[in-house]
Ligand binder design. Sequence first.
Ligand code: B12
Ligand code: SF4
Ligand code: SF4
Length: 221
Amino acid sequence: MERDQTLTEEVEKYCQKIGIDIVGFADLSLFDRYSEENRPQAHLEDSKTVIIIGFYLYDILLDAWSHKKGEGVWGYQFADAIIEQLCHKVRRFLLKKGFNSVVIPYNPGLFLKEAAALAGIGPIGKNNLLITEKFGSQVRLRALATTAPLIFGEPITESEFCKDCNICIESCPAKAFSDGKFIKEKCYEYLETHRRKLSDYTIIECNVCIESCPIGKKRDD
Ligand code: B12
Ligand code: SF4
Ligand code: SF4
């Protein structure tokens, strides 16, 4: 299938213009390794490209979760709400060019940090998260599936950033990396029991494995 260099550059430029900090494009066939509901085709049958966007969490408040009084479910994430709007703008931009797109739901959806690594945005580091050169792991992610034939990035499978570093592993208060791999149950339990309360309805979760990582911390913008 012919891929469109000009359109790819136009999408990149548009993303930059509307305040999307990171964008990458991934090959659909790389998602065949996942179960059906975690593939782009489950959301848009004739998809040709997966677009991954990243929003830099420049203020910790963007990472807050909220719920409505009486509901008790942490259903609203501030950065996710912004990213969703940005995704819809990209969708509209592509629609005007004659291509259909779908903003992929959060759950079930794609495995976003893997999708970003498959799009060549950055590696998954020892902190088990996507690392970007400019922002470290301080980015929230979301994806669209589109019929636009965009040019893919090269998948990244190893982290050149981590090498001899172990800062995130040593900093994790739950010791979730103590057996040489990420133990999600330890992390989950810690997140549940150590919420930073901002108000009756809003909290911030642990993000030490993000904040302790030195990558992307030397920016001046
Ligand atoms: C379920 C979930 C959780 C659960 C369980 C996590 C888990 N890893 O299973 C809990 C609640 C514990 C959790 C915790 C956190 N989460 Co969370 N979580 C998710 C969610 C919804 C799905 C993750 C998932 O199941 N991935 C698939 C599994 C198979 O991956 P995995 O086992 O973690 O990792 C394997 C692969 O990465 C693979 N691998 C390694 N290198 C490579 C390279 C390639 C190319 C490939 C294909 C695979 C691969 O090896 C790993 C080990 O087996 C995603 C959102 C989404 N829809 O993707 C957010 C997400 C991963 N979480 C996120 C964040 C920020 C957090 C927290 C910091 C909490 C917070 N403050 O928000 C912690 C960090 C924990 C950590 N260090 O990993 C962000 C990460 C952003 C980033 N920069 O990477 C995401 C993407 C949400 C978002 N919208 O941005 N999370
Ligand atoms: S703190 Fe060090 S080991 Fe951990 S993700 Fe960042 S660079 Fe990699
Ligand atoms: S979010 Fe906190 S508890 Fe979970 S792995 Fe990261 S540092 Fe550890």
